[in-house]
Design a protein around this ligand. Structure first.
Ligand code: AP5
Ligand code: MG
Length: 705
């Protein structure tokens, strides 16, 4: 059905235009003003009561007009649609109309608002008053009162409808024909032919503060729920998400939304249950400022204010489906993470969501481990052509090969299973266990930091299941870090010959950042207390440790971070030929990087000396390299390095010198002229230059309006 509301102040031309529209589109005209005047003419009780109010220019009570419209709708069958003229006039009437129309599955398609100045309104009405016989057209004071009633009670409806993305404003001071042309164009835009109105896509716009209310409404309207506001089952979940977001964000909601991940679990699991569960979701998109429906005409505008999306699943209480939220949407951010750009749509417009993917478990088909796998694959699949995002059923199918038990409902996965799936999906997975490394040296922690600094998201297994006591096991994606201020006092280890050495990872990393499916994205945590937040809510979660972590490494990286760090240590400590011993304090940081990103960074670096730049860029390198950057106590404060060692990450063992492709430190450089050749020493002039970085830094300390 084509239901249209004509909206505007008295005398704006609603009645005039309604006549034209019903002729063209064969619709039924419902004017509450006309209906009331008919009641007056028939001298009914209702008419007599209404007359007193209408003559003054006041509105008649909501119940009266709602009752009239309700009767009219119930008694008018088989029509193409209605034109509502002069109704609704208050928010209560608008809500009642939406409810009435919902019964017939025939929502309002568009609300056309006629804009006319007050002078022109008054002129028109007094002119008409000469012949209309309407008491309310007779003098300026009554007209003024009608306009005041309009401003106070009716104008706020514009916001009600613009949040449903249904309002269009139409200039009303042109000729009757010209105004009609514009109205016609607006009607044509919404007069889409669909199988039935139930399939219509609905969109809503609200400030973030009203997200919860919008979700209750959308769950009830579109996902067949019956949630009462006071027994709202997801208040705390929404709070969890919204609390950390900026308060000035606006949301755009689309429903029904087909989400690939949820549809997959729906058809493989939920659809076969006796209980009816919707197969549709709601998609919420975030914007940094108020969004208007017209903004969708400009791709650039939409992208510039777009802050990511979240899919809301009908899987109560864990309703957060796939999401990629830009860290800039958060009120207080100050961290570096691995992030990527994921193409998606909002209101059919293609946009890029930037951030790290996140998802919550539904407690049945996917648990925390599957969540980690899906997020990691979503990240790699969007970033590199070698990989592809996966669906939960793919993960379960892969596991059938090694599992002796069924996969659904999921009980979670152990570390070998997670590693197995990643291997099957194309990675050369590497797993590190805390208990097989010396805890005193901090090697386990530093290996984790090495991969994080490399920009590789890792899946960490957390557990407090020690000493045979039954505790919790959990999996999270560790994706980034918070840095300590550069003013920290560096703790050096003395190393003979008046040289002191410090590991960057012992001094400059504050907390790590993870995506944990129990919380909103980008949660920071202490390495030694990763479940501090869970622990506050549930003592069962206290004292968890990171016990293992799984690194999705590129297949042809044969050197691992442990070996690379050992080689780096050995060269920094022992090599007197290459290492410039006039630098007494050395800080070093080792991480993995692709040679492409490293060379790209070197070639665009403004701070590196040109001769060194040429030497690095002309060196053949494999796809991945381990990079050990060297700082001194001053340069580290500015993020500048005094030297670096570049290791070929396809080497796996041998002497620390063998995998070196090139290394420089202050004014010394070693390099192979060809791959068979031994390392040759060169003199260069190298002043400190800015270090390489694989993580994206996000900072937002201002609080919003
Ligand atoms: P109602 O009958 O709805 O009157 P209104 O909204 O105040 O407005 P009008 O009908 O006077 O103007 P219009 O916008 O339809 O313009 P028109 O085409 O006539 O309501 C009357 C009363 O009933 C209310 O005050 C209230 O008491 C009560 N009531 C009704 N509904 C209610 C509700 N839902 N809730 C509570 N109370 C309710 O045009 C006006 C004049 O301008 C005409 O002479 C026309 O020829 C001329 N004109 C039109 N277009 C142009 C143009 N483009 N250029 C030049 N002249 C033009
Ligand atoms: Mg009218």
């Amino acid at each position: 059905m084509l239901n249209i509301v004509l909206f505007g102040p008295p005398g704006s031309g609603k009645g005039t235009q309604a006549t034209n529209i019903i002729t063209k589109y064969n619709l039924v005209h419902l004017s509450t003003g006309d209906m009331l005047r008919a009641e007056i003419a028939a001298q009914t009780k209702l008419g007599l009561e209404a007359k007193a109010l209408m003559d003054k220019g006041d509105l008649v009570p909501d119940e009266v007009v709602i009752g009239m419209i309700g009767n009219k709708l119930a008694n008018t069958k088989d029509v193409k649609g209605f034109i509502f003229d002069g109704f609704p006039r208050t928010v209560a009437q608008a809500i009642a109309l939406d409810d009435l129309l919902d019964k017939y599955n025939a929502p309002i398609k568009t609300v056309l608002s006629l804009k006319v100045s007050e002078e022109e309104l008054t002129r028109r009405i007094l002119e008409r008053g000469k012949t209309s016989g309407r008491n309310d057209d007779q003098n300026g004071e009554i007209v003024r009162n009608r306009v005041i009633e309009y401003k106070n009670k009716t104008a706020p409806l514009a916001t009600y409808y613009s949040r449903q993305a249904k309002l269009s404003e139409v200039p009303g001071e042109l000729t009757v024909e010209e105004v009609f042309e514009t109205l016609e164009a607006n009607i044509e835009a919404v007069r889409v032919t669909l199988r039935s109105d139930i399939d219509l896509l609905r969109t809503y716009i609200t400030p973030i503060s009203e997200l919860e209310e919008l979700l209750i409404f959308a769950f009830n309207q579109h996902l067949q729920f019956n949630i009462k506001k006071n027994e709202n089952p997801f208040g705390s979940k929404v709070k969890l998400l919204v609390d950390k977001l900026r308060k000035d964000i606006w949301v755009f909601a689309e429903t029904p939304y087909v989400d690939k991940t949820y549809r997959d679990t729906y058809y493989n699991f939920f659809s076969t249950k006796q209980r009816k569960i919707s197969r549709d979701c709601i998609k919420i998109s975030f914007f940094s400022e108020e969004i208007k429906i017209d903004d969708f005409n400009s791709l650039d505008k939409i992208q510039s204010i777009y802050l990511g999306f979240i899919v809301i699943r009908p899987t109560l209480p864990n309703i957060f489906g796939r999401n990629v939220i830009n860290p800039n949407a958060y009120e207080k951010t100050n961290f570096s993470i691995a992030s990527t750009s994921i193409s998606t749509t909002v209101n059919s417009v293609k946009v890029n969501a930037v951030g790290f993917p996140h998802l919550s478990q539904d407690l049945e088909a996917i648990r925390c481990a599957e969540v980690c796998l899906l997020n990691v694959m979503e990240y790699f699949g969007n970033k590199y052509p070698e990989y592809q995002p996966v669906l939960p059923s793919t993960v379960h199918k892969l596991l059938r090969k090694i599992s002796t038990e069924r996969q659904l409902p999921s009980l979670g996965l152990d570390v070998p299973s997670i590693s197995f799936v990643l291997r099957k999906l194309g990675f050369g997975t590497k797993v590190y266990h805390r208990n097989s490394l010396d805890d005193k040296t901090g090697d386990f922690r530093k290996l984790l930091y090495t991969y994080i600094e490399s920009g590789i998201p890792v899946i960490a297994a957390l557990s407090n299941n020690q000493n045979g006591k039954q505790g919790v096991n959990h999996a999270v994606c560790v994706i980034g870090k918070k840095s300590k201020p550069n003013s920290v006092k560096v703790e050096f280890k003395n190393f003979g010959k008046n040289v002191e050495i410090a590991d960057y990872y012992d001094n400059f990393i504050d907390k790590l950042v993870m995506n944990d499916d129990n919380f909103s994205p980008y949660l920071d945590f202490e390495f030694e207390n990763p479940t501090a937040l869970h622990g506050q809510q549930n003592p069962l979660w206290e004292n968890c440790k990171v016990i293992s972590f799984i690194v999705p490494l590129y297949k042809k990286i044969y050197m691992d971070a442990y070996v690379a760090r050992q080689y780096a240590d050995s060269i920094i400590q022992n090599d007197t030929l290459f290492m410039d011993r006039s630098q007494k304090s050395l800080i070093h940081k080792t991480f993995l990087t692709s040679s492409r990103s490293y060379k790209c960074y070197i070639s665009t670096s403004q701070t590196i000396n040109p001769q060194l730049k040429t030497l690095i860029l002309s060196s053949p390198m494999p796809k991945f390299i381990f990079l050990t950057e060297i700082y001194d106590t001053d340069s580290v404060k500015e993020g500048k390095i005094t030297g670096a060692i570049i290791f070929d990450a396809t080497e796996s063992k041998g002497s620390p010198l063998r995998p070196i492709i090139l290394a420089f430190h202050n004014n010394r450089l070693i390099k192979r002229l060809n791959s068979f050749d031994s390392l040759k020493k060169f003199d260069i002039i190298c002043t400190p230059f800015i270090s390489h970085n694989n993580l994206s830094y996000y900072e937002n300390v201002q609080s919003s309006k």
